[in-house]
Ligand binder design. Structure first.
Ligand code: GLU
Length: 282
């Protein structure tokens, strides 16, 4: 069956070998099935994303020999789509405004003697979940900065048990509650990774989501959002992450293994593909 896959980098730095691997993984899965390979620029974080990095993404991927369908979906062009989805979730009573600062959350967690650690970090202690409707309205009305959180208990009650399919792991039982009340819209950006990625995969018709195992747990949250928003459910293939000789995964801050640096050092596309394979744990 032909599949539609995508590569969805954030232009917050230059692509490194790990990204190249992920992009090729997606492209090859599409090519093997006679399907389509899409590219999406995940640039909701306006403070960290730079046009220069976006340009470099196109250039580096083309240099690696990749071809993708056009137009490319750039998330910052679609804030109204995320706002609409958020509005739907809020209208069904599953969200609440959160006025807490990072510091206040830390203080609250310390005072409570700690918090369970979820896949995205310490679970939000629920401070703003307990505010009265009146206080919420007053503070939002007064223009106080706030994030919007998903009431995970209510959401999970609504969806019931969920599963999803991973090509490597098989049928996975979702356990989204371990994330707690995730942020759907941030104070500085009117959406979040979880909301925009889930909606975009549906809007772009992606049928096979390929990405690193670092995002394996996040799929549990995406399944919840798919169910609440009545979105199509893709299949998944989480691939292992490339690691360097020290066993640590590549990160954008390690300049030496960016495609850019390797090119500047005179490496050919073939050299880079070979290097990538030598790091792949296959
Ligand atoms: N934008 C995410 C990243 O660069 C990937 C999102 C995804 O594949 O779901 O890590």
């Amino acid at each position: 069956m032909s599949v539609i896959t995508r590569f969805a980098p954030s232009p917050t730095g230059y692509l490194h070998l790990g990204h190249a691997y992920s992009a090729l993984f997606a492209e090859q899965a599409a090519a093997r099935s006679g399907g389509q390979f899409l590219l999406r620029i995940e640039d909701i974080d306006r403070g960290r994303c730079r046009a220069e990095f976006e340009d470099a993404i196109y250039e580096d991927l083309a240099w690696l020999g990749l071809e993708w369908e056009t137009p490319v979906r750039r998330q910052s062009d679609h804030f109204e789509d995320y706002a609409r989805a958020l509005g739907e979730l809020s209208a069904s009573g599953l969200t609440y405004p959160c006025f807490c600062t990072r510091k206040e959350i830390e203080t609250e967690i310390d005072a409570a003697g700690g918090a369970p650690h979820g896949p995205d970090g310490p679970v939000y202690p629920g401070t703003c979940k307990h505010l009265s409707e009146e206080e919420r309205e007053d503070r939002v009305g007064a223009g106080e900065a706030h994030a919007v959180r998903l009431d995970m208990d209510a959401a999970v009650l609504r969806t019931g048990p969920l599963t999803w399919h991973d090509a490597a792991a098989g049928e996975v039982t979702a356990a989204p509650d371990r994330f707690g009340d995730i942020v759907l819209a941030r104070k500085d950006t009117p959406t979040s990774y979880h909301l925009s990625v889930t909606l975009d995969d549906h809007i772009q018709g992606v049928t096979l989501v390929t990405r690193g195992t670092d995002l394996f747990a996040a799929t549990d949250v995406h399944r919840v959002l798919q169910t609440l928003l009545d979105l199509d459910v893709p299949r998944y293939h989480h691939h292992s992450l490339l690691t360097g000789a020290d066993g640590k995964r590549f990160a954008k801050r390690e300049k030496s293994l960016t495609i850019r640096e390797l090119r500047a050092a005179g490496k050919t596309t073939g050299d880079v593909l070979g290097l990538m394979e030598s790091y792949a744990d296959v």
